[in-house]
Design a protein around this ligand. Structure first.
Ligand SMILES: Cc1ncc(C[n+]2csc(CCOP(=O)(O)OP(=O)(O)O)c2C)c(N)n1
Length: 188
């Protein structure tokens, strides 16, 4: 199992101009604790929409790598986005899913991945060309380095434990939106 906070620190340490869209779960806190970046867009409450937002960004900014930082519970709410992403095949998209088999934020209820669903296989079936099951920090380092260099779309199915992240440090959704849009030169 991967310590998500440690992996997030590794990833943020490697980033340059990449855009990151987080889901609403604990992964967003780990990403924030790993360092503040004006190219991070943090979702609040919009469960499942990180992948759809990431696809739109990847299509609008084809010269930049776009990382979706997702959770298993959230992705299960928008599985259709996998097929839509695969239909478009955005080479610059890296979809990282933190699978703790749980809706940790709302009390740890089990998600479908605690039973029979394998999100990596779902992504493969949807048509992602590069799918990796990632179970150790060393593997995460190796695969994320490759994904940052090589064309995708990538799907990194990362197994982690239920572990609450340290919250804090996030600005209001509106302030975050404006900062992100300014960083990429988007019109308000
Ligand atoms: C449509 C909708 N349903 C329910 C919620 C409440 N909710 C917020 S976070 C969350 C769990 C997210 O699970 P996951 O993506 O696996 O991340 P984790 O909590 O495990 O870090 C839920 C159910 C919501 N925000 N929106």
């Amino acid at each position: 199992m991967i310590d998500r906070a440690e992996a997030s620190r590794y990833l943020v340490g490697r980033l340059k101009d990449e855009l990151v869209v987080t889901s609403l779960g604990n992964e967003k806190y780990d990403l924030r604790q790993a360092g503040d970046r004006d190219r991070n867009f943090f979702n609040w409450n919009s469960m499942g929409l990180a992948s759809s937002l990431g696809l739109g960004l990847a299509m609008a900014q084809p010269d930049l790598k776009v990382i979706v930082y997702d959770g298993d519970g959230a992705l299960l709410m928008n599985l259709g986005s996998l097929a839509t992403i695969a239909a478009r095949q955005p080479k610059n998209l890296i979809h990282i899913v933190w699978d703790n088999r749980s809706y940790a934020m709302t009390g740890g209820q089990p998600t479908a991945t605690a039973f029979h669903t394998d999100l990596g296989k779902v992504a493969e079936g949807a048509g992602y060309p590069k799918v990796e099951r990632v179970e150790t920090l060393a593997a995460f380092q190796n695969v994320s380095d490759r994904a940052l260099k090589e064309p995708g779309p990538w799907f990194l199915h990362c197994l982690t434990e239920v572990k609450p992240a340290k919250s804090g440090g996030l600005s209001s959704p509106t302030a975050n939106k404006h900062r992100f849009m300014n960083a990429i030169g988007a019109r308000h």
